[in-house]
Design a protein around this ligand. Sequence first.
Ligand code: OAD
Length: 223
Amino acid sequence: MKIAILTGAGVSAESGLGTFRDVGGLWTQYDLNDVATPQGFARNPALVHDFYNARRTNCAEAVPNAAHEALAALATGAHDVTLITQNIDDLHSRAGSPDVIHMHGQLMRALCAACDASWDAPLVMSPQDPCPDCGAIATRPDVVWFGEIPYHMETIAHAVTSADLFVAIGTSAEVYPAAGLVELAQGRTLEINLEPSARANAFDDHRFGPATQIVPAWVAELR
Ligand code: OAD
């Protein structure tokens, strides 16, 4: 079976990485206009680097949980699995998932805003870091901000459209285009989340509960 999976912050919540919109979530502590837009970065690059430096450290200290591990195991089985994530952490890869599609970029990568070169980010980035390729002082985290176009959209649209099963895991479905991918699905659709998301009605099937319990149980049924 061809399976396309979209994950969000809920899949990493039990690894200790905060979600965005839950109680105490990142967007209740920070104004996303300051730290997750090109305009915010132009206004105050040091603040934006501080925000992502803190998240990079948290990510480096976190370990993959049972949900990441079950999804990695699924990819080594009989099914043809495409794993798409909105998460900028690297927990899917560290759990062993191959070819993770990071539609919102990666915390562990740096990007030159002048020449588009990208490279492994140091743990602590600063506005003064020069680009290793062109030398410009225009280094930013390689993450997609509000107002920017997510990565790999053509590949993602093709994977979702051609899948027999589309599964969204741990996402509030508040952010587009990720939240609209369910509309592209031609096969069956399943939402796995702590609670019904904003797009819950668009899914055929639902399983509600913590990802570390629900995802391994679902994967065990499929394998
Ligand atoms: P949100 O914080 O919006 O939503 C997280 C979802 O995970 C919520 O629906 C929670 O109910 C659910 N959840 C929390 N803990 C869970 C658990 N243990 N098991 C299962 N589900 C759980 O995060 P995303 O939907 O990923 O983009 O947010 C989407 C995008 O908004 C992010 O990629 C980021 C953010 O702004 C950018 O920064 C561009």
